[in-house]
Ligand binder design. Structure first.
Ligand code: AMP
Ligand code: TRP
Length: 334
């Protein structure tokens, strides 16, 4: 099994990213049938939407540090953590794929239209071409397993269409890509349980307001956000998405953080008030984040180490993707 996944460095990680995605990737890295697991900080994808060039390089390093703090263990051989812009073969392959990808395939993607609505001034080829670069990220490693959320399925479909078209034009080269079934939780906003917990909030991109708990939030920030989290009418602590979406979300978070089944928590809190429940939740989240934050602080005290870890991974990544590029270019007559 060859795994590839990536995250855009558009902000720091929140609890939803961790419980819904990163945690599962980290579990995959150690599976015995994992031959190669590559995780990327997708900094070329990140510049297709508004960003600050002054802080971007540090932002990328900070996201990489967060991955390692969360338990990713890049050894530079089997498990790699890379910056997309440091492995130029990704963009080289994207160019080659550009020459075989019909405009109509990209035109029908909802993600492009949604992004354009969010930032109308950012109407450029890079945003339009985003999925072709993503196909290149994955196929450069001939990865067959790509753990991503449901929102990325349209991009995975394009990846498979590009692979198929390449094979039919130039001969069998790429196999199909699959998204593993992972029981990733969907964590909702603390302020509006109908929306996903998200980095892009009313407070601006990358600066979650009270909606999201960031992995790097201080204990007091966590306590405050949970205290301010919306609740539902009534007073019973019960999992019921329809009638009690806010309490259900808080129960899900509690359950994942302490590794306890939801019915057990319902029983434990059957005669307790919302505020007692929230106080306890705040404390378990604070303890849950503590080892992550300690590791982050430790790694961050020596930023050269992260840089070295990345460089080691990137060197090996370049070796791996160079052989794909050689094969592709030969087949394309270059
Ligand atoms: P994003 O923060 O949107 O770039 O997403 C990065 C990864 O985290 C993707 O795999 C998403 O599916 C996942 N993710 C983002 N927000 C949530 C959430 N609220 N609950 C669960 N998973 C999430
Ligand atoms: N588009 C993905 C997202 O927004 C990030 C990404 C870029 C990615 N390239 C990838 C994910 C390749 C998996 C594989 O979440």
């Amino acid at each position: 099994m060859r795994i590839f996944s990536g995250i855009r460095p558009s902000g720091n990680l929140h609890l939803g990213n961790y419980l819904g995605a990163v945690k599962n990737w980290i579990e995959l890295q150690n599976k015995p049938d994992t031959e190669l697991a590559v995780f990327g900080v997708m900094d070329y994808h990140g510049i297709t939407t508004p960003y600050d060039p002054k802080t971007y390089r540090n932002q990328v390093l900070s996201v990489a540090t967060e991955y390692i703090s969360a338990g990713l263990n890049p050894d530079g051989k089997k498990i790699l953590l890379i910056r997309q812009s440091r492995v130029p073969q990704h963009t080289e392959l994207a160019w080659l794929f550009n020459t075989i990808t019909p405009i109509s395939w990209l035109n029908r993607l909802p993600t492009y239209k949604e992004q354009l609505e969010k930032s109308p001034k950012y109407n450029h080829i890079g945003l339009f071409d985003y999925p072709v670069l993503m196909a290149a990220d994955i196929l450069a490693y001939k990865a067959g397993t790509v753990p991503v959320g449901a929102d990325q399925m349209a991009h995975i479909d394009i990846t498979n269409e590009i692979a198929k078209k390449f094979n039919s034009m130039f001969g069998e080269t790429f196999s199909s890509v699959k998204v593993p079934k992972i029981e990733g939780a969907r964590i909702m906003s603390l302020q509006n349980p109908n929306n996903k917990m998200s980095k892009t909030t009313s407070a601006g991109s990358g600066q979650a307001g009270d909606e999201a708990i960031m992995l790097l939030d201080t204990p007091d920030e966590v306590r405050n956000k949970i205290k301010k989290a919306v609740t539902d009418s009534g007073s019973e602590i019960k999992f019921d998405i329809k009638e009690k979406p806010a309490i259900s979300n808080l129960l899900s978070i509690f359950s994942l953080v302490v590794n306890k089944e939801i019915p057990e928590l319902e029983k434990q809190y059957s005669n307790k008030s919302y505020s007692e429940f929230k106080n306890d939740l705040a404390e378990v989240v604070v303890s849950f984040l503590k080892p992550f934050q300690e590791k982050y602080k430790e790694i961050n005290s020596n930023p050269n180490e992260v840089e070295e870890t990345l460089i080691k991974s990137e060197e090996n990544a370049i070796n791996i993707v160079s052989s794909t590029l050689k094969e592709v270019k030969e087949k394309m007559g270059l």
